[in-house]
Design a protein around this ligand. Structure first.
Ligand SMILES: Cc1ncc(COP(=O)(O)O)c(C=O)c1O
Length: 267
């Protein structure tokens, strides 16, 4: 289970959700009658992306790290979406002190558009699988690798991480203020420039409103690229390029406002 405060069986408090999720995991892993055999590895996104832009509540990743150490499980962090300054620091797991993955999965912004993915593997694990045992036709493509190195220089030189953190926080504030006018918004959440708007039924039940695909079609018609996410899917996901500015954010919020009105009117 992943802690999802808005829909947590233990209530909406992020810290309590994280604590209960960890306790549940600990119980299942320790109790021989739970039916769980400790798995070899745990794979988790520090900010769940397609699952609905759900940042891991504070303390969850550190707790998971401890559970992995205690039960001999490998901690694999998937930062394909959240990595390379999208949420501010280079990796989203850095929001929590003392969390280090055993395997880090990277892609997308690694090379800023050119096709490249990578697994960064702790030496003691990587030894079991030397580089020559894993290969593919386009592995180590030189142009993509050069693009990745250049992208790292740009992220640092242009301070895109700090910028993502600042713009993301103003994006969240603006979206939250617009959301107050729309009964179909259950939550606006995110970290840096990884932002989600969760749609709910307007009857106050909090039940998911599975209209994220409609929302993304309406957005594209207005010139805004978002994509549908969430379990139902009922989350409008925003992952703009890190070079956007305040004006772009303002336009995105304006278009979102219009889309929310249109979605509600069509119900
Ligand atoms: C979080 C996450 N992990 C893994 C992948 C898969 O990456 P790739 O398309 O490079 O295989 C994606 C793709 O969208 C993703 O969002």
């Amino acid at each position: 289970p992943y802690p999802y405060p808005l829909r947590s069986p233990w209530g909406p408090d992020p810290k309590e959700t994280a604590d209960h999720t960890l306790r549940f995991l600990q119980t299942c892993l320790s109790d021989p009658a739970s039916g769980w055999r400790p798995p070899a590895a745990v794979v988790v996104e520090p900010v769940q992306g397609n699952g609905g832009v759900i940042p891991a509540p504070e303390g969850f990743l550190a707790g998971l790290r401890s559970l992995c150490d205690e039960h001999g499980m490998v901690l694999i962090l998937d930062e394909v979406m959240s990595g390379f300054h999208r949420t501010g620091p280079r990796f989203a797991y850095e929001h929590e002190p003392d969390v280090r993955p055993d395997i880090l999965v990277l892609g997308k912004s690694l090379s800023s558009g050119l096709p490249l993915a990578a697994c960064v593997i702790r030496h003691s694990i990587g030894e079991a699988s030397p580089p020559t045992t894993e290969t593919s036709t386009y592995a180590g493509n030189l142009v993509a690798c050069a693009a990745a190195l250049a992208a790292q220089d740009v992220y640092e030189a242009e301070g895109l991480g700090e910028r993502a953190a600042e713009l993301g926080s103003s994006f969240l504030d603006r979206l939250r203020s617009v959301a107050q006018r729309h009964a179909i918004v259950g939550e606006v959440r995110g970290r840096g420039l990884m932002v989600g708007v969760e749609l709910v039924m307007p009857d106050g039940s909090g039940d998911p409103l599975p209209r994220a695909a409609d929302a993304s079609r309406m957005a594209i018609q207005r010139g805004l690229l978002v994509y549908p996410g969430g379990h139902w899917p009922n989350v409008i996901a925003y992952l703009p390029p890190l070079i956007v500015d305040e004006r772009d954010v303002a336009v995105a919020v304006e278009i979102t406002d219009a889309i929310l009105s249109e979605l509600a009117a069509a119900l």
